[in-house]
Ligand binder design. Structure first.
Ligand code: ZN
Length: 176
């Protein structure tokens, strides 16, 4: 069983931490609509602490994360529910420096198929240019027919070494 830090199985560490968390937890009495009416789409990278990096508190936003922070059909599904059922209006897209997807290609998918004998239905969504992929992601969100609110969609690259966000200009490929 995988262990880390104190040789306890990692999931046991998590559930022990949860017991301590729950002991101090008080019901915030919130409903499911995010306080700031914003949804954040970001990479799953472990070095990106969204709440700390963006000054977010419990209940403030929806966070939708996957490998790369790419706008897949499933991300559109979550954003659609976020906007239509839970009242969010703004979308923030975050990629980051040193992303694992920069080192992958669609070969990953072909190698996987050779190994397991089945072609995955999903694309790897690998990219070589962070800024360009953020621009494409903004475009995908803005042109989705399912999303009623696409006037406030902004995209960023988070620098894992400095903790700073850099905004990507969606139009002309220049940094803002
Ligand atoms: Zn990443």
């Amino acid at each position: 069983m995988p262990t880390s830090r104190d040789q306890q199985p990692v999931t046991d560490q998590l559930t022990a931490a949860n017991s301590r968390y729950a002991a101090k937890f008080t019901d915030p009495g919130m409903d499911a609509q995010p306080v700031l009416n914003v949804a954040v789409v970001a990479c799953m990278d472990a070095r990106l602490d969204l709440h700390a990096a963006l000054g977010l508190r419990l209940g403030d936003c929806h966070t939708i994360r996957n490998a790369g922070g790419v706008v897949t059909d499933d991300v559109i599904r979550s954003l659609t529910i976020s906007q239509r059922a839970l009242g969010t209006r703004s979308i923030v897209l975050i990629h980051h420096t040193g992303c694992g997807l920069l080192d992958l290609t669609e070969d990953f998918r072909h190698e996987l198929e050779l190994e397991v004998g089945q072609r995955p239905a999903w694309a790897v969504e690998a990219f070589k240019d962070l800024d360009q992929d953020v621009r494409q992601s903004i475009q995908k969100v803005r042109t989705s027919p399912f999303l009623p609110h696409t006037d406030d969609v902004r995209g960023f690259v988070f620098d894992v070494r400095t903790g700073l966000l850099r905004e990507i200009d969606p139009e002309n490929g220049q940094e803002r």
